[in-house]
Ligand binder design. Structure first.
Ligand SMILES: [Ca+2]
Ligand SMILES: [Ca+2]
Length: 350
């Protein structure tokens, strides 16, 4: 947290908000307490990424000091991304109150940060902060979706709202118009090796029998890899785990129907699990045939995007049959090798 009251971390340190005790008395030393500063903050590192469902905050209860806990924002941090879980508004918590703050759908992060936005400079006291969520969240959760057509309010995003309710009247399922060749897709916003897709089918009025002859694909630019083909209908309300074929790679997951007659197409939830694809060569040891003009082999894995020679980010080797090698220092499944050529140079990289 930003600072510790009286500089006594043993009595008021940040860990006191996660010591498992909701004790509300400051002199029992179970409340994290900052000094009197403006915009005081406290945070906890969960050490893994979670889909955060709820944050529970216990307020100080002695000496009527509880009135200080108002104008607080609770955020989930993931890298540079800050998502707001929820807020405590201008009305303070009651003395000693334990407040349940449900997070907005799609609140994902590895750090939970509690910040006081009040104009006064009385700092912040948190007697306990509890965080509830699930690890291994779906990559599709809250991501942008599209589908071939929309019936009423059953929009494409309902399949990634985190709710597996299979009753269409509960407003958490998608539905297209009654057409042939229906499709639905989600943009994962990064390239992944897809391990598994989990589909929850509609469960009411036996409408689940419409979900048959579907193809689950991963798309990456113009490349298509098929995760799986399902011929027979899923059961009513069934949640089915569908393991993907090896090397199913993409940033978009598309589910399309190859039905011979026009039908409504409904998905109550789609979850996607996989591993992100990233540059495994970055800053790894590199060698080459010889080195000219101090253009070392490492320049090709320095992470700099410039293509200009003067930017000193290109390699140069001029032996006969030149070569360049990078040692990845581990075994990887290689999806792509991307080479950037020097700009404005007469001799081509051929
Ligand atoms: Ca505590
Ligand atoms: Ca849903």
């Amino acid at each position: 947290m930003v600072s510790v009251y009286r500089n006594k971390p043993g009595d008021y340190g940040s860990v006191k908000a996660v010591d498992g005790s909701r004790n509300i008395h400051l002199d029992h030393y179970s409340c994290a307490t900052t000094s009197a500063v403006r915009n005081a903050w406290w945070q906890v590192d969960l050490q893994a990424i979670y889909l955060i469902r709820e944050v529970v905050i216990t307020n100080r209860g002695d000496t009527y000091a509880g009135f200080l806990l108002h104008d607080v924002v609770i955020q989930a941090l993931k890298g540079t991304q800050h998502l707001t879980c929820g807020e405590i508004g201008h009305n303070p918590l009651a003395d000693g109150e334990t407040k349940h703050i449900p997070c907005r759908p799609g609140t994902v992060g590895s750090v939970i940060k509690v910040t006081r936005k009040a104009s006064d400079s009385t700092g912040i006291v948190l007697c306990e902060v509890e965080v509830y969520g699930t690890q291994g969240y779906s990559l599709a959760h809250g991501k942008p979706t599209h589908m071939s057509s929309t019936f009423g309010s059953y929009v494409s995003s309902k399949a990634v709202d985190g709710d597996k309710n299979s009753l269409i009247t509960e407003n958490s399922c998608t539905q297209t118009l009654k057409q042939k060749n229906n499709w639905w897709q989600v943009d994962l916003q990064a390239v992944y090796v897809i391990r598994e897709v989990v589909i929850t089918n509609r469960g009411d009025r036996n409408a689940g029998e419409r979900l048959h002859d579907i193809v689950i694909e991963a798309l990456k630019k113009t490349e298509v890899s098929i995760c799986e083909v399902i011929v027979y209908a899923l059961k009513n309300g069934e949640t089915r785990r569908i393991p993907c074929q090896p090397r199913t790679v993409g940033n978009v997951i598309k589910i399309r129907q190859n039905a011979t007659k026009a039908e409504y197409f409904t998905l109550c939830e789609v979850e996607v699990y996989g591993t992100q694809v990233y540059n495994v060569a970055l800053k790894k040891p590199a060698t080459q045939g010889n080195v000219h003009y101090e253009a070392y082999a490492s320049k090709a894995v320095d992470g700099k995007a410039s293509t200009l020679w003067n930017a000193e980010s290109c390699t140069y080797s001029d032996v006969v049959h030149p070569w360049w090698i990078v040692d990845l220092e581990a075994v990887y499944l290689i999806i792509d090798v991307v080479i950037t050529n020097r700009e404005g140079y007469r001799r081509k990289l051929d």
